[in-house]
Design a protein around this ligand. Structure first.
Ligand code: AMP
Ligand code: MG
Length: 416
């Protein structure tokens, strides 16, 4: 049985980023940049005004008020043909290139027009004020964005400014979700005796899509080798296959065996965690000769591996394992170096006893208290208790089994 940290280490050791590709800028949101993005021009590309006002020479406004002759008007997108002569003021708009000779811009709010002159009022404006010089923000050749970062809206803006209408990114992983269990009925059906609805599949797909991933439902595989074999083969056409159920010690927990028969090698099985201990993780490595025959026809060398998670079927176990481990592998595949989930720290609102033998990831509510972040466990009766979990917005990692955690103790919280 691995510890949680050892499971993360194993994921970091084996999973590598998916290949690079170029995508149109508009499709790059949420992907990870695969190359440094360099400035092809200085930014700004010319000296520019940062305010609507009057471009003037410093010597002409050494004392205010001052009256200067308006010689011209420059709008954004225009270029002044003449520049500033002594005693001149040029009406200028934000974003317009500075006429030659400009030392500063006096905001329009400090001015009044009298005929063809402008009266400039105090306070004095320092040289260089309200102007941005060519290259002051970025110089041509500078690295603006480094490879390995997620492209958010602000990165899209930077890439657009750099003229990158297509962007080098890591290919986004495609993920299949497959529920297993003879007891499951589709969500649209009323369960008969001994049956329950297949809540995990919809939840896992949603959990992954909410994080921006491309996840697809494969439906329910029944607890027999033939059905598992057929549905697992479909799932192995994706970059990642996430199964729920069938990985514990029950009589029909056939998933590890079915995966082994499909050529998927186990990397680990079982993690010291509650909920979620039976977690299974493995890989189909198509570069290995033994697996060549298992290779579905549509596959080629662009997908050398399929990563497979077998999540325990109890809904909260599935949720927690997806949050902690599946997403870690997905971050890695997507091209991120740091793949472990980010822990926040907050003070326990009420004391909590962590019984049992394993670290517990307990559904909890994180909020902002009067003197900092506080977190409170939600009332929860265990890994099947999904509705209580809906009151939570994350989970507390109670690392030490059989220990009382007093109110006020700082604990690690993983938000979802
Ligand atoms: P298993 O991991 O297959 O032993 O299942 C553990 C528990 O989770 C059992 O009570 C199952 O009925 C339940 N379970 C398994 N799969 C699902 C699912 N897709 N949706 C909801 N509950 C499930
Ligand atoms: Mg089952």
């Amino acid at each position: 049985m691995l510890t949680v940290a050892e499971a993360w280490e194993a994921i970091e050791r084996v999973v590598t980023p998916l290949p690079r590709q170029r995508v149109p800028l508009a499709e790059s949101l949420g992907l990870v940049l695969a190359e440094n993005a360099m400035a092809d021009l200085d930014s700004p590309p010319f000296d520019k005004a940062l305010m609507d006002g009057y471009a003037v020479r410093a010597a002409d406004v050494a004392t205010l008020p001052a009256r200067l002759k308006i010689t011209e008007e420059v709008l954004a997108g225009q270029v002044s043909p003449r520049g500033l002569g002594t005693g001149d003021a040029i009406r200028i708009m934000t974003g317009a290139p500075l006429p030659a000779g400009t030392d500063l811009v006096i905001p329009v709010e400090q001015t009044s027009v009298e005929g063809d002159s402008v009266l400039l009022q105090p306070p004095a404006v320092a040289v260089g004020k309200n102007v941005l010089r060519k290259g002051e923000s970025t110089r041509r050749g500078d690295t603006v964005l480094t490879a390995g970062r997620v492209i958010r809206a602000v990165e899209v803006g930077c890439l657009a400014e750099l003229g990158q209408h297509s962007v080098a990114v890591h290919r986004a992983p495609r993920i299949a979700v497959l529920a297993t269990g003879d007891e499951l009925v589709p969500v649209s059906e009323r369960p008969g005796p001994g049956q329950i609805r297949n809540s995990n599949e919809a939840m896992l797909v949603a959990q992954l899509r909410q994080a921006g991933y491309q996840a697809f439902s494969l439906g329910i595989a029944r607890d027999n080798q033939a059905d598992l074999r057929q549905k697992i083969a479909q799932g192995l056409e994706y970059d990642v296959l996430v199964l729920s159920g069938g990985v514990s010690a029950g009589k029909v927990d056939l998933v590890p065996l079915a995966l082994a028969e499909a050529g998927v090698e186990a990397i680990f099985h079982k993690v010291k965690i509650r909920p979620g201990a039976p977690l299974w993780f493995g890989r189909l490595d198509r570069s290995r000769p033994a697996n060549q025959s298992a290779l579905p026809s549509s596959l080629n060398s662009s997908r050398p591996n399929t990563w497979v998670f077998g999540l325990p079927g109890n809904p909260v176990s599935s949720l927690v394992c997806c949050e902690l481990f599946v997403k870690a592998a997905l971050r890695r595949l997507s091209g991120l170096e740091a793949c472990r989930p980010e822990a926040f720290h907050a003070q326990l609102h009420k004391p909590h006893f962590n019984g049992g033998q394993r670290p517990t990831y307990h559904p909890a509510r994180l909020s902002q208290g009067p003197s900092g972040p506080v977190v409170e466990t939600v009332r929860w009766i265990g890994s099947a208790d999904l509705s209580a979990t809906a009151a939570a917005n994350g989970m507390i990692a109670f690392e030490t089994p059989n220990r009382e955690y007093p109110a006020g103790e700082w604990v690690a919280v993983y938000r979802w």
